[in-house]
Write a protein that binds this ligand. Structure first.
Ligand SMILES: Cc1cc2nc3c(=O)[nH]c(=O)nc-3n(C[C@H](O)[C@H](O)[C@H](O)COP(=O)(O)OP(=O)(O)OC[C@H]3O[C@@H](n4cnc5c(N)ncnc54)[C@H](O)[C@@H]3O)c2cc1C
Length: 404
């Protein structure tokens, strides 16, 4: 009997015949070896069918969940299905931090890393770039460990679940730090001339815009003393990224210092993330040097975007060397769209946005909605065929990507 299981947004119903919750590595290995179509599901926050399968869906939420912190090496070994919300306080208690976090911490580490999930920060790469090693169960049920420096490693981190079931990941840590979060309102379109300076204005900077009104989420390690920072005014109370939503689910703002994991995400780990509850998301990633031109093009079609938009977010992400990463080889700006949950209404606008950004060679966020597929690097295709010759971990999503 097919199970009725959907992703977080409810726009994808997984077609798996069976959902498994193995509670030991041995059970997982036997399950993978015996299956003909297998795929791991993280916390189900992707907006497309990247995590879907018609066979066996494996959820690692009952696997041992011990976290191992190696203080001398500044590394943490994390079970794959653990969320950042659970991981971050443990890391903080040990005196460490993760260099970056996404807008919400409720997502699993393996699922986030597999799609190249990111936060914002000129000097900070995606969450995947923090991975120094990972363990996975491959198609025949055997274990494979790949570490930074291994030839296949850069292909195996952002891998969309196509190479096997990741069971644990080792992440780089940095010393714990404090962050102050400020929301600044009224950033004018003219301020795009100062885009680089604005994005360099904090450890992590996000612009939230409806392509008319723009507010800045500024996350700094130091106090902001400039009263009229780039012509903006300080918000007079806590703000939600969606202009009309109450801010209870948001992390503390107004410049109050606090630990990194309670400031870098926009949403608190102990509250429901969105507030809109009826959303879809897309994100197109453009090279940093084209960002201002790309943003100006989008402002010009703002009237077409707004009717199906809750809000857009603009973030910066440092380059990495992971083959499938949207940030591979280029410092980038992510242009994100939180859409209303109306696929038929959103699709033509998404296509318009993709066409508008096409001259800037955008790459899509793998976990969000897109219609234009980027080319698959040959070396990733070869790696997938070598590790999974029968296509056990393939699904409709990866078959399109791999051209099968
Ligand atoms: C409200 C909201 C806010 C978001 N904010 C951000 C943001 O700030 N930045 C950003 O970049 N993205 C953001 N996203 C997108 C989200 O981070 C990605 O979709 C991410 O992949 C979700 O992680 P997950 O654990 O839910 O993965 P899933 O959606 O469950 O799976 C994603 C992929 O990972 C694979 N996978 C999962 N677990 C394993 C495993 N153990 N082994 C092998 N493969 C595995 C799956 O097969 C699938 O291919 C947001 C999503 C939502 C709903």
């Amino acid at each position: 009997m097919a199970v009725m299981l959907t992703n977080w947004a409810g726009n994808t119903a997984f077609r798996a015949q069976t959902v498994h919750h193995p509670s030991s590595l041995d059970e997982l290995q036997r399950l993978v070896a015996a299956g003909s179509r297998v795929r791991a599901l993280g916390s189900g926050h992707s907006f497309n069918d990247v995590a879907d399968t018609t066979g066996d869906l494996v959820v690692l939420d009952r696997m041992p969940d011990a976290v191992e912190i190696d203080s001398a090496a500044a590394k943490v070994r994390v079970p794959a299905r653990m969320t950042y919300a659970r991981l971050a306080p443990l890391v903080h208690q040990a005196g460490f931090a993760l260099a970056n976090m996404a807008s919400l911490p409720h997502i699993s580490v393996a699922g986030s890393v597999a799609t190249g999930t990111h936060g914002s920060g000129d000097a900070v790469p995606s969450l995947a770039a923090a991975v120094s090693s990972l363990d996975l169960v491959t198609a025949d049920g055997s274990m494979l460990t790949l570490s930074r420096g291994d030839a296949d490693f850069p292909g195996a981190v952002v891998a969309l679940g196509a190479l096997g079931v990741v069971t644990s990941l080792t992440l780089d840590l940095v010393p714990a730090f404090e962050v102050r979060q400020y929301v600044r309102e009224g950033l004018s379109v003219d301020a795009l001339a100062d885009f680089d300076e604005i994005m360099a204005g904090g450890y992590s900077v996000s612009l939230f815009t409806d392509w008319r009104d723009t507010r800045v989420w500024l996350k700094r390690t130091e106090e902001l003393t400039s009263p009229d920072w780039y012509g903006t005014t300080p918000a007079d109370g806590p703000r939600h990224p969606l202009p009309d939503m109450p801010a209870e689910s948001c992390t503390v703002q107004l410049g109050v210092p606090g630990p990194w994991y309670e400031r870098l995400p926009h949403f608190r780990h102990d509250a429901e993330p969105s507030g809109a509850g009826d959303e879809l998301q897309s994100e197109l990633i453009v090279p940093r040097e084209h960002a201002v031109k790309a943003l100006r093009e989008l402002y010009a079609i703002g009237d077409r975007i707004r009717p199906v938009l809750h809000i857009s977010e603009v973030r910066s992400i440092a380059a990495d060397d992971l083959w499938l990463s949207p940030f591979h080889g280029r410092d980038s700006v992510g242009i994100h769209f939180t859409w209303v949950r109306d696929v038929a209404g959103v699709l033509p606008v998404l296509e318009l946005v993709e066409e508008t950004l096409a001259p800037f060679e955008p790459r899509p966020h793998w976990g969000k909605l897109f219609t234009r597929w980027p080319a698959c690097p040959d070396r990733f295709r070869s790696l997938a065929r070598r590790l999974d010759p029968q296509g056990k971990f393939a699904n409709d999503f990866t078959r399109i990507l791999l051209g099968e």
